[in-house]
Each structure stands twice: as structure tokens, then as C-alpha cells.
Write a protein that binds this ligand. Structure first.
Ligand code: SF4
Length: 211
């Protein structure tokens, strides 16, 4: 009989597999390394960004680490007291333009990497998926669903509640203050607590928390 592998073991195996991926020829040429999702498994919250940054994940191999966006995201997570967190991106290789600057991933690249994302999320089984930025939101919530940062959405991804948030790079460019950004993380912490209690009681997410 085959032994059931724990989520920690499953994520480690998936990370090793993803690190060998060569589906996007253009990204394989410019990446320094592949950056699979990383964190707790299972996790209550999964953060989904866009792509590893040239100065961050592409150098460290860990999503949202080693650059200003990563520092800000991890500082907000700590200050809001969020625990049980998994962090990943839509694509796992750094996309660059002809001048070597970060660019948005192309639809084909996002589609190529979608299977990796789906498999990570299936193992992690987060109660809440936080989409960092419009691109991540559009990919998981769908094009027709309004992007409202700091709010949860009535539609779900699999069983998880979707929560919209600005990408930390946007905050670093002055879109809103860190204090305002932290408020959105604190609302997320309250939503997480409510969802956890609801799951424990009814094994279902709490619709009343969707504000
Ligand atoms: S972005 Fe994703 S699909 Fe494309 S090469 Fe990297 S790991 Fe593979």
C-alpha cells in the first residue's frame, strides 16, 4: 500500500519538480533561478503575487525576499500577527524586458505556470487566498470581478475566499501609506480568525465576514 505523504513532503517534492521547469523559453534564458512557492503547508492564508523580482526572488530563490517589496510584505504579515502563511506568484521565473528591467509576465507565461500554481494551492489548502495586485486578482477571481483592495470577494477559488490587496511594489511607489496598507492586513487577520472559527464549527467559510 502507498503511504500518504504529508503536505510538507508534497510541497518539497513539487518545489524540486518546478525548479526543473523549462516551459517558457524566454524566461529560462534570463532567469537566475526558479522560485517556487514557499511557506507553511498546510496554510491558512496563501499570498499570490505576480512574479519573482530581479533584485529579490530571482537572486534568493524565495518569493518576496531580498528586495523592498518582499521586506514590506513580510513586515506587514508580522505586524498584523498573521501565521500559517504560504507565499507564491503567478509565474515562478523573473520576466525581464530587453533592457533587463522587470516586466509583467505575458498571458502565455501565466498560462504555462498555472498548473504549478494550482498544484501548490491544492496542497496548501488555504482558507483565504490573497491576490497581490490586479493581475493576480484577474487570474484567480476572473476578469469581470471588481478589484477592491482590502476586501474579500463573494466568489471563491476552489474552497478558498479570495481577498484583494495592492501589490507591495505599488505601495513602495506611493499608492497609499504603509499605515493604510497595514489596515488591510489587519482586516485580513480578522477575516482569517472568523474563517477559522467557522471552519472548525461548520467546515465552511463564514459568509458574514465577506466585507
Ligand atoms: S514561469 Fe513557470 S512555467 Fe514558465 S519556465 Fe518558469 S516555472 Fe516553468
Amino acid at each position: 500500500m502507498r503511504a500518504v505523504r504529508s503536505p510538507v513532503v508534497q510541497i518539497a517534492a513539487l518545489q524540486a519538480e518546478i525548479r526543473r521547469c523549462t516551459r517558457c523559453a524566454a524566461l529560462v534564458r534570463c532567469r537566475s533561478c526558479v522560485v517556487p512557492g514557499d511557506g507553511d503547508a498546510p496554510a491558512r492564508i496563501a499570498f499570490v503575487g505576480i512574479a519573482p523580482g530581479r533584485r529579490g526572488g530571482d537572486r534568493t530563490g524565495i518569493p518576496f525576499s531580498g528586495d523592498r517589496s518582499g521586506d514590506l510584505l513580510r513586515r506587514m504579515i508580522a505586524r498584523a500577527g498573521l501565521e500559517s502563511v504560504f507565499i507564491t506568484n503567478l509565474v515562478r521565473c523573473n520576466p525581464r524586458d530587453a533592457r533587463g528591467r522587470n516586466r509583467d509576465p505575458r498571458p502565455r507565461e501565466i498560462a504555462n505556470c498555472r498548473e504549478h500554481l494550482e498544484r501548490e494551492l491544492a496542497i496548501v489548502r488555504a482558507h483565504i487566498i490573497v491576490c497581490l495586485g490586479r493581475l493576480a486578482w484577474r487570474e484567480l477571481a476572473g476578469r469581470g470581478v471588481e478589484f477592491a483592495p482590502g476586501r474579500a470577494c463573494e466568489s471563491k477559488f476552489r474552497d478558498a475566499i479570495l481577498y484583494a490587496m495592492y501589490h507591495p511594489a505599488y505601495i513602495n511607489r506611493g499608492a497609499c501609506s504603509e499605515r493604510e496598507y497595514l489596515r488591510a492586513f489587519r482586516r485580513l487577520a480578522r477575516l482569517t480568525a472568523g474563517t477559522r472559527v467557522a471552519r472548525e464549527l461548520t467546515d465552511a467559510a463564514a459568509p458574514a465576514m465577506l466585507t
